[in-house]
Design a protein around this ligand. Structure first.
Ligand code: R5P
Length: 294
């Protein structure tokens, strides 16, 4: 019997399908849970079987963020009753954008989230393309970030694109774009984005980018939330007379009518991963998560 078989994977309500894939790759036991939501909104979780061995709880923290956070913590805490070796795999780590004080007296909630996972009993945390490495530094238990970029690039390698160019919608994403472009074997550029810290409003400050003319572009970001960043970038790039625009991200939150607005701005297709299940989430991150665990 393989050593890997000593794992039990618990699939939380936000990540059932991904957790099953992880369990299958690890050739380990999978346990799901039953959920009952009380009229006041409280979640009641019940494990469908008893876990044993090293336990991996898989639970993304996407909207409703606070609800999913409490469910993830509750499952970690329950798992801790059966094992001292509990790892929390949080494919999408909510609150990672609140990793520092941007304006005076802002609460750095990521710091509390990190403390909560430790207090609940997690010995190790695995996240996928966390918004910033500063967010990861709030953890005082071993915390590993794995990247979905290779998996996303594999998809684009199979697509037929005209003279492709990778574009980061902001300077903060330049390293990601560089990495994506180098794996794909193409060039990259980064736009200059400004976000008003009070209103959240996004604007593109770059003046012109003639090199995009006639070329197919891949807009690469870690996440798409309201779609504001991708919409502004796509509108700008269309004005520069580019070819088709694809949007590639790890986490597609696609809040409200984000997907519709992104398409209206001229984006042909959105490609994202199953850290957040959805229509665009066609790339499976279970291989990279399993590599980090085993
Ligand atoms: C910002 O730094 C991030 O990398 C994303 O660009 C941003 O969070 C996406 O949010 P939205 O879709 O609301 O513009």
């Amino acid at each position: 019997m393989s050593l890997l078989a000593s794992f039990t994977v618990i699939g939380g309500t936000s990540s059932e399908s991904l957790a099953r894939k992880i369990a299958s790759r690890l050739r380990s036991k999978y346990i799901g849970c039953e959920l009952r939501v009380f009229p006041d909104g409280e979640s009641k979780l019940t494990l469908k079987a008893k876990p044993s061995g090293k336990i991996i709880v898989v639970h993304s923290v996407y909207p409703p963020v606070d609800t999913n956070l409490v469910r993830a913590l509750a499952l970690v805490s329950q798992a801790r009753r059966y094992s001292s070796q509990v790892s929390a795999v949080i494919p999408y780590m909510g609150y990672a954008r609140q990793d520092r004080e941007f304006l005076p007296s802002e609460v750095v909630t990521m710091s509390l989230v990190a403390k909560l996972f430790k207090a609940a009993g997690a010995r190790k945390i695995v996240v996928v393309d966390i918004h910033s490495m500063i967010a990861l530094k709030h953890f005082t238990i071993p915390a590993k970030n794995v990247s979905a970029i290779e998996e996303l690039v594999k998809h684009f390698k199979k697509s037929s694109l005209k003279d492709p160019l990778v574009v980061s919608p902001d300077m903060g994403g330049i390293k990601r774009a560089k990495n994506f472009a180098s794996l794909l074997g193409v060039d990259y550029i980064a736009l200059e984005k400004h976000r008003d810290r009070k209103t959240g409003e996004v604007s593109i400050k770059s003046s012109e980018h003639r090199e995009v003319r006639g070329r197919d572009l891949i807009l690469v970001d870690d996440m798409i939330s309201t779609g504001g960043s991708i919409v502004k970038a796509a509108e700008f790039l269309k004005k520069q007379k580019c070819g088709r625009i694809y949007a590639s991200c790890t986490h597609a939150l696609l809040i409200g009518d984000a997907e519709k607005r992104i398409r209206k701005a001229g984006v042909t297709k959105i490609i994202s991963t199953n850290t957040i299940p959805g229509r665009t989430s066609i790339i499976d991150v279970s291989p990279v998560i399993v590599k980090a665990i085993s």
